[in-house]
Design a binder for this molecule. Sequence first.
Ligand SMILES: [Zn+2]
Length: 100
Amino acid sequence: MDWDIIVLIILYLFFIAYLTIKGRIKKIGSLKIFIISILFTPFIGLICLLTSPEKITYDVTQYKCEKCGYFFTEKHIYCPNCEKEGVKVLLTESINVMTG
Ligand SMILES: [Zn+2]
């Protein structure tokens, strides 16, 4: 048993895994990086990763009413829709990560 080969294979797989994780923040995406790294060695995968522009992400805070299902982008304590009907429904805050 040649342990050097096993260590190299493990490092190789770790390198692919690392590139795949890194690919998430890039426009090219993890899946393409993974496929490229498997088919054309992780070195080509690394080049693709480095040349791919970064994904632009921004957080959008939304306030959702559980009763009427309406989303609001402005902050309200109670749902304005339901408040008109005389019902005070607390809005639940959710942060959505948008990619551009
Ligand atoms: Zn509502």
